[in-house]
Design a binder for this molecule. Structure first.
Ligand code: CP3
Length: 333
């Protein structure tokens, strides 16, 4: 996994899946029972167990710590509920709202996360451990919109009317996301992924004005720890060359991007992660295997971390996740 992030030689490309621990897994459902999502996240015994579930079942090459990107607004004083989509108790719209956000005392408020990572790390044998955070723009989107809101109307309205408010929010978030990632690296994460899920919804100019500098700043801040950084953007197609200037070691792209084209444009030094269409795992197993062969063919398995273009969908049959991982394990570059 680490070699692939650095575009070094590998026997075969590594594989893991975004949202590999979650609702499609019967053992997750069983553990979840009646417990709330936050209880799972904040109980290291449970969170570490959930993190390890897909590693045991599929022998994926990386574990991603069981947590959520919205721990940050919650720790800053805006309560987040999952109903089941996330809903934030209030929205950030003014400079006063930004001022009222609390600075997070990371070692105290994220103590559960550090303990989860330590517990997972102690049980892994060679499997890479991934820490993660939402990128500032994506967290700002949730804090401004208050919920999943793909058009980002409120965020864009704020950007065009009161850019100073969005700048102030993003600079607070750069600090908070940096702390969160550093805490995870110090607790044992071997690499980190920054999820800029909503960055792809901005125009290229706005991406460059708002999302990219904030992500780049975070990446620069964690660079001294020496761990690889993966930058994910959903709907990345028109922005991959901009993402490439973020300083990330690997760019994680959705299924709308052709990896062979990307490889040509990026050159051999920046790794790619992705990008099978997640809905493909709702189809026949043969299609999953063909899809895997196709994406590995596009990179020839070099500098490539095989993954989906976005998270595993809850109705995904477990057998298709198994086939996805198995197809990569059998591939020779
Ligand atoms: O397995 C893993 O990938 C690790 C855990 C993980 C979760 N969320 C657990 C989770 C990770 C990496 C995330 C990231 C995350 N969370 C993102 C970025 C990636 C992406 O999907 O674009 C975003 C935007 C969120 C915000 C969020 N959290 C949403 C939109 C939802 C609800 C809808 C959904 O797709 O599940 C959550 C809740 C959440 N986070 C669940 C899980 C397993 C479902 C909770 C449940 O069991 O009901």
């Amino acid at each position: 996994m680490l070699a692939a992030c650095r575009c070094k030689d590998v026997d075969r490309p590594p594989v893991w899946l975004m949202r590999q621990a979650g609702r499609y897994l019967p053992e997750y459902q069983e553990l979840k029972g009646q417990k709330g999502f936050w209880t799972l996240v904040r109980t290291p015994e449970l969170a570490s167990e959930i993190t390890l579930q897909p590693v045991r079942r599929f022998a994926v090459d990386a574990a991603i710590v069981f947590c959520d990107i919205l721990v940050v607004p919650d720790a800053m004083g805006i309560e987040v509920k999952y109903v089941p989509g996330p809903v934030l108790e209030r929205q950030v719209r003014t400079m006063q709202d930004v001022r009222e956000l609390t600075g997070v005392d990371a070692p105290v408020q994220y103590d559960y996360l550090a303990r989860t990572l330590e517990m997972v790390k102690a049980q892994l044998d060679g499997t890479a451990l991934i820490g993660f955070a939402g990128a500032p723009l994506t967290l700002a989107a949730y804090m401004i919109e208050g919920k999943v809101s793909p058009d980002l109307t409120e965020l864009k309205t704020l950007a065009y009317n009161h850019p100073e408010v969005l700048d102030a929010l993003l600079s607070k978030l750069v600090r908070e996301v940096t702390q969160l990632l550093l805490l995870q690296v110090r607790a044992g994460a071997d690499l980190v992924q920054l999820f800029d899920t909503w960055g792809g919804r901005l125009t290229p100019d706005d991406y460059e004005r708002w999302a990219l500098p904030a992500a780049r700043q975070v990446i620069e801040n964690v660079r001294s720890e020496g761990v690889p950084v993966i930058l994910y953007v959903k709907g990345a197609a028109g922005k991959v060359m901009q993402m490439a200037t973020s300083g990330a070691d690997a760019l994680s792209v959705d299924a709308g991007v052709r990896l062979s084209t990307m490889r040509k444009r990026l050159g051999p030094k920046q790794a790619l992660q992705g990008n099978l269409e997640p809905v493909r795992l709702l189809g026949p197993e043969q299609g999953v295997r063909e899809g895997v062969a196709r994406i590995i063919g596009e990179t020839r398995g070099r500098g490539h971390i095989v993954n989906l273009g976005h998270g595993v969908l809850p109705p995904t049959p477990v057998e298709n996740v198994e086939a996805f991982v198995d197809a990569v394990h059998r591939s020779a570059p």
